[in-house]
Design a binder for this molecule. Sequence first.
Ligand code: PLP
Length: 501
Amino acid sequence: MTKLFPKRLLAVAEKGLKSIPFVKKRLDKKYDSLMADLESSLKPYRDDFSAFTEIPETGRDRAEIIAEMTAMQAKEESRWRDGFVSGAVYHGDSEHIDFLNRVYALNSQSNPLHADIFPSTTKFEAEIVSMTANMMNAARASKGSSLGLDDETCGVVTSGGTESILLAMKTYRDWARDKRKITKPELIVPTTAHAAFDKAAQYFNIRLIRIPVNACFIADVAATARAITKNTIALVGSAPSFPHGVTDPIQQLSELAWQHEIGFHTDACLGGFVLPWAEKLGYAVEPFDFRLRGVTSISADTHKYGYAAKGTSVILYRGVALRHYQYYTVADWPGGMYFSPTFAGSRPGALSAACWAAMTAMGEDGYLGAAKRILETAAVIKTGIAQIPELRVMGDPLWVIAFDSDALNIYKIMDFMTKRHWNLNGLHHPSAVHIALTLRHTQPGVGERFIEDLQAAVEYVKTHPDDKGEMAPVYGMAAAMPLKGVVTDILKRYLDVLYRV
Ligand SMILES: *Cc1c(COP(=O)(O)O)cnc(C)c1O
């Protein structure tokens, strides 16, 4: 259908259709029944725990609160602790968690907005940035910024990968407006770049140009070159990408950006704390960092493979002058001189403290050992999948492994894996599933168990063609749906359900 009707026409038709009252009514009814099905699995605590729609009249007993939370935590822990979950919890050893919790407790009142009251937090943050920058070869940075700015590597601590990316894109927008007089900014990304780039484009009025990836699921350099216009502010590559765990040709893409004197962002949210160690371990890792002269910013998530608590990431820039486009300052606010480096005002200094503690407690030897274990488990899993004739590993990944199938419905495979307690990521365009390996999967036997369950899944799906599965029909519907607005409506309603008491 999308081939017959241009996308824009479909969008107009969809808007028109939905404004017809009976169509709207029928759609609403459909959405409601879909959400009712989902609601019970999303709200498992309604029966056994007290719920509050209003602040309780008298304060509750603290011990009772702790007891309730302990019960919920116990219910939720086993799944990720035993290595059934893709990504999500990246370290998870209890001594590591206990250590981070102690650090949090020590720093729980700290707020980097008040650098004069909490100088410890700014010390931690400056050192997190410096350690990350040097891991990204800041000391060996090639000189000559494509943006005509200085070459000093710098950065800030943010609340997560998305914030790092949003900030970098806002920075390029403001730099381009100031230095290049670009008022209709465009950003070119491979289709596999993280959704955060789309979010940035939506938030900051940047036109997003998505370039389809090639047969190896990496950025198409020639097509990217053709898409550059006088309004292009930056190019993007992932090291590696979230969907398929493969790294874009960063060297070629960043060189392209350098030649056009525009920004280049390496999204190393996923790989920032793995690839440098993989390279040291002798794995084939192409340069993606400041050694490349065209790379002008890098995002790297401390709260993923940096093994910090959730809520921190680092955005790095080539050039203090570039970082200035990120900062917020106001000189005439009645509330006083005000400035903040990121989107938030007040920030949890305890999370920066825990991040600093995680990085310094891990050390280079800790990170190397962790990367080694993860990459070795990945080899077991890649070999295992390759030996299942119905499945195929997509591209040439290191430790985030996507697979698909010509013969079988891959979402039915995922549904069977869910029944065996696995929590994998469904991908689409094209249909596939991935597992992001973490330290949880390096526990003895986990890789082997994954392959055994995957073999059983293939066998089951082959022999039970009539079993439609749980998520398979949902993905099937989304894929078959030419009206994108219907799917986004459903996603918005899903979020609404999460906020129901
Ligand atoms: C996880 C991830 C992000 C965004 O990270 P959040 O911390 O979830 O905001 C961005 N890019 C890639 C490649 C990622 O894997």
